[in-house]
Design a protein around this ligand. Structure first.
Ligand SMILES: CC(C)(COP(=O)(O)OP(=O)(O)OC[C@H]1O[C@@H](n2cnc3c(N)ncnc32)[C@H](O)[C@@H]1OP(=O)(O)O)[C@@H](O)C(=O)NCCC(=O)NCCS
Length: 147
């Protein structure tokens, strides 16, 4: 049984090692990024919020954002490990990220239609439409395929 109080939130990734990211993120992705790539993603983000279970020494949820630093921000990823879902961790990650993105004109994210109700019930979010390109051969590694 996980107590809600056992979860710590942080935006400081200096002490986060790859082993702390190895809990099973990117569930269901055909080519999931490794913990090495995951850490590179976090380091390259404008903003990050992590949910940490200190007892388990694991990151159990995360959200990241990229930003032009003036006007527009985009949230590429939000995930809570399956065993930790339904305890308000996702809500808290989004709340803290929106706080950190305060001042931007636009904050966008893309999600499957079945996740839209999740964001709607958080408030603030409205449905929108968009266009995308996906290079699935790059899903696991991103720009640097050697790492
Ligand atoms: C979406 C996700 C981040 C929510 O994390 P979480 O920590 O479980 O979220 P919370 O605890 O804050 O909220 C859970 C509530 O949202 C509801 N919820 C979860 N997914 C939902 C969905 N797709 N549509 C509507 N409600 C949803 C749950 O039923 C629960 O409701 P309750 O509080 O009344 O029981 C998590 O399910 C997840 O990581 N999913 C896989 C990755 C994903 O889809 N990420 C978003 C992609 S953009």
């Amino acid at each position: 049984m996980i107590r809600p109080m056992a979860i710590r939130y942080t935006s400081d990734i200096d002490d986060i090692g790859e082993a702390m990211l190895a809990g099973g993120f990117f569930e269901g992705w055909p080519h999931p990024p490794t913990s090495t790539t995951h850490l590179r993603i976090l380091r390259g983000s404008a903003q990050v919020v992590l949910a940490i279970d200190d007892e388990a020494r694991q990151v159990v949820g995360f959200i990241n954002a990229i930003s032009d630093g003036v006007h527009a921000a985009f949230i590429p990823l939000l995930e809570v490990l399956a065993a930790y879902r339904g305890r308000g961790i996702g809500r808290e990650l989004v709340r803290r990220m929106l706080e950190r993105l305060e001042g931007h004109y636009s904050i966008d994210l893309l999600c499957d239609a079945d996740v839209q109700p999740y964001y709607e019930q958080l408030g603030a979010w409205v449905r929108s439409s968009g266009m995308s390109i996906r290079h699935f051969d790059r899903q696991a590694t991103g720009i640097d395929a050697d790492r």
